[in-house]
Ligand binder design. Structure first.
Ligand SMILES: *[C@@H]1O[C@H](CO)[C@@H](O)[C@H](O)[C@H]1NC(C)=O
Ligand SMILES: *[C@@H]1O[C@H](CO)[C@@H](O)[C@H](O)[C@H]1NC(C)=O
Ligand SMILES: *[C@@H]1O[C@H](CO)[C@@H](O)[C@H](O)[C@H]1NC(C)=O
Length: 720
């Protein structure tokens, strides 16, 4: 079956002690490709046949047991390009009937990772030895799947139902020590004696000095039927509440239940069938798409393919210790970058309150102290002489920023990267008083910076590729997903997001209900509806951003007075405990009937009549009227070459705006619905409600050809 160029294999070495050590070799994480699986079965057949083999140790090459199934081949299965293996081939034929049922015992020797299929493989062995740093888990649900090779049956039998549910439903791995205390592994040893301990263990099993345990039939850890049913019922309720749009967590629970009620063999078959079904689900396709899109963000055509090596950044300076500056500082010191934080005076520096941002939580006191010691507060530029990168995060004030960049040029070494967290000011303007345009770059973090996963890297025409490569590397080191974008108002994220509030205001002025809109949007999967979001960020910020877009894109801005009217009445959102919602002492939002009068007034000013159609919109219509304008804006961002890949916009939407990842990101979702459909709906609304909905040229052209929005744009092609 393995073609001329097999992807991975196993090798077997038989020692004088009669133990065959089978190692998985498929760098970088020893994933289980079809080739590895076929080779594994061959090695096993041999080991079981040979008279000089008494027992088997299963391990992975180069200190990694196995990272699980090869996600790269999922796309092939989904599109039917790869032959689907026979149902039950892996789960029943190879693992259960060959490895677990063998007359020779197997012991897994686990270092590094045993995740997904890797852990499932380890669980069919008759014992597991692990290092303390190894990570063991079944994270399949993250990809819209369930464990498909017996994991749903064996994990509960090894660690008990409650813990197994937690590990699967939350995709939460455990470290070696915890795995040991749970009963998932039988002993913890250091890496240098791992394989030898496993060999000895396997012989001990054979000599009946240790128990020979097929995990599939283990009964002592699993709860009695009545109790098990209660636990499963509770888990179902929780899963429905936390992720009402996701089917696969419920499928996982059903499959586990089958094993408990009808026996583990029935459970295995149900699992196999369910896995095949889920592999072709929209959720799985979307989540696999996001998985690869995240990896793709670090590849920037024309920049990262030039053989440039990131320079080492030994010290970073941050200007401005406000919420943003101190958040960025926290993110950096948590990843071991020494940081100096400059503020204008002592009072502000203290207010930055880093202790609270570098949360002690799981850290030891020692680690906490050490992390904090990486940070130094300063009031002048003297200590900037040896920094490799500066991130400016002061208030948005052009002349202030210009002064700062002129000073930085004076004090910092000539190679130093000069980054700004500006979200609205032209980077060329910021650097106007310097000669350093090639090392000026935007590093746009999202608040709170030590928590939010996205880093928008903004390049100008003049930013050098080396500087981009350096910042991409820093982004990766501080565990952010960096997306490289070009310069425009709002860059990629805020610009795609700007129609969100506007669409909401337009709908409400034309008769739609504030609370129904928020409900429909959260049901779709956004973290909060547009009105709740306005309340949270505060009307001041909403007005300022609105103005910025109004100035830049007047032809497609919907002008509503609603927020201004409310602001004039001392409503500014959550901080004033009154906005579109009323907030109680605990800041729990409730509807506020008073907002009707503001809406009525705003309508009068706009000269808008209530449209009976908009008063009884379906949730589907609300979602489309709210989100298609965002798709439209994303198309513009893409057509203008601000983003070079459509997948970067998918990631920007998921990580910057909270677009549900199980819908694959804004462009992927639009393509799923079809460019024709999206465009025709926008056209229809644009005829009735004006230019705000008018499809852009790019969208109209793609729709006319029935083409995908996410295939490369002309602009993007010309940039390659
Ligand atoms: C940094 O960017 C964030 C996100 O747009 C913005 O909210 C914040 O105001 C910026 N901070 C500074 C100090 O420029
Ligand atoms: C902007 O900064 C300049 C220079 O520091 C300062 O003189 C000016 O008052 C600031 N403007 C605002 C609106 O804060
Ligand atoms: C950056 O974008 C702003 C807003 O569109 C524009 O005014 C400015 O000229 C742009 N600068 C560059 C260097 O493209």
């Amino acid at each position: 079956m393995a073609g001329s160029n097999p992807k991975g294999r196993t090798v077997m070495e038989v020692g004088a002690d009669g133990v065959a050590v089978i190692s998985i070799i498929n760098p970088p994480v020893n994933s289980l490709s079809l080739d590895v699986l076929y080779s594994l079965r061959e090695s096993y057949d041999q080991a079981l046949r040979r008279n000089d083999v008494k027992a088997i140790v299963l391990t992975g090459a180069k200190g990694k047991f196995s990272g699980g199934f090869d996600i790269g081949s999922f796309g092939g299965f989904q599109e039917g390009k790869l032959p689907p293996s026979k149902p039950g081939f892996m789960s029943v034929e190879v693992l259960t009937d060959t490895v677990e049922a063998a007359r020779k015992p197997s012991v897994a020797a686990i270092d590094g990772i045993a995740l997904g299929g890797g852990l499932e493989l380890a669980m069919v062995c008759h014992a597991r030895i692990s290092t303390s740093s190894a990570q063991l888990g079944l994270p399949e649900l993250q990809l819209g799947l369930i464990p498909g090779s017996g994991g749903t049956q064996r994990l509960p039998r090894l660690v008990g139902l409650s813990k197994a549910l937690e590990m699967m439903l939350m995709s939460k791995p455990v470290k070696g020590e915890e795995a040991h205390s749970l009963g998932l592994v039988d002993a913890i040893v250091s890496p240098d004696v791992l394989v030898n301990t496993a060999r000895r263990w396997a012989l001990d099993i054979l000599e009946l000095k240790r128990p020979w345990i097929p995990s599939l039939y283990k009964n002592d850890k699993i709860e009695p039927l009545g109790e098990a049913r209660e636990i499963l019922k509770f888990a179902r309720t929780q899963a429905r509440k936390q992720a009402p749009n996701l089917e696969h967590p419920i499928v996982c629970i059903d499959v586990i239940e089958e094993g408990i009620v009808s026996g583990p063999r029935a459970g295995l078959w149900k699992e196999t069938k369910a896995f095949q079904g889920l592999l072709h689900s929209d959720t799985c396709k979307s989540l696999v798409h996001i998985f690869f899109a995240i990896r793709g963000t670090s590849k920037v055509p024309g920049i990262t393919d030039q053989g440039l090596v990131p320079r080492r950044i030994r010290k970073v300076a941050i200007l401005g210790g406000g919420l943003m500056g101190s958040g960025i500082a926290a993110a950096l010191i948590l990843s071991n970058y020494p940081v100096i934080l400059k503020e204008v005076n002592e009072k502000f520096l203290q207010a930055a309150n880093l202790q609270s941002r570098v949360k002690k939580g799981k850290m030891t006191t020692e680690k906490f102290e050490k992390t904090l010691s990486l940070l130094k507060g300063v009031l002048d530029y003297e200590s900037f002489r040896d920094v490799d990168m500066v991130i400016e995060a002061v208030i948005e004030n052009i002349s202030l920023k210009q002064q700062i960049f002129a000073d930085l040029e004076k004090y910092c070494p000539p190679h130093c990267i000069l980054a700004s967290n500006t979200s609205s000011i032209d980077l060329n303007l910021i650097g106007e008083k310097t000669k350093s345009h090639d090392r000026i770059i935007g590093a746009h973090f999202f608040s709170p910076a030590h928590v939010m996963p996205l880093l928008e890297i903004v390049r100008t025409e003049k930013t050098s590729p080396q500087v981009i490569v350096d910042l991409l590397d820093v982004g990766k080191n501080i565990k952010k997903t960096p997306v490289v974008v070009g310069n425009c108002t709002g860059f990629a994220v805020n610009r795609m997001f700007f129609p969100y509030t506007q669409a909401a205001l337009l709908l409400v002025e034309h008769g739609a209900d504030v609370y129904q809109i928020d409900k429909a949007i959260t049901k779709f999967g956004m973290p909060m509806g547009p009105f709740r979001m306005c309340d949270l960020v505060g009307f001041g910020v909403v007005m300022a951003t609105g103005m910025q877009f109004f100035e830049n894109f007047p032809e497609r801005t919907y002008k509503s007075m609603l927020i201004l009217l409310m602001q004039e009445d001392k409503r500014a959102g959550e901080t004033t405990r009154k906005g579109f919602y009323m907030y109680d002492e605990k800041l729990k939002p409730g509807p506020d009937p008073d907002i009707k009068k503001f809406i009525q007034k705003a309508r009068e000013i706009s000269g808008v009549n209530v449209d009976p159609k908009l008063m009884k919109l379906s949730d589907k219509d609300i979602v489309e009227m709210m989100l298609f304008p965002m798709v439209n804006e994303a198309c513009r961002v893409y057509a203008e070459g601000i983003a070079v890949k459509a997948t970067d916009l998918d990631i920007a939407s998921v990580m910057g705006m909270g677009f549900p990842p199980y819908r694959g990101g804004i462009m992927f979702w639009a393509d799923y619905l079809g460019s024709k459909y999206v465009c025709s709906r926008l056209e229809e609304w644009s005829n009735t409600y004006g230019n705000f909905f008018k499809p852009c040229t790019f969208l109209a052209q793609r729709a006319a050809k029935g083409a995908r929005l996410s295939s490369p744009s002309e602009q993007a092609k010309s940039r390659l």
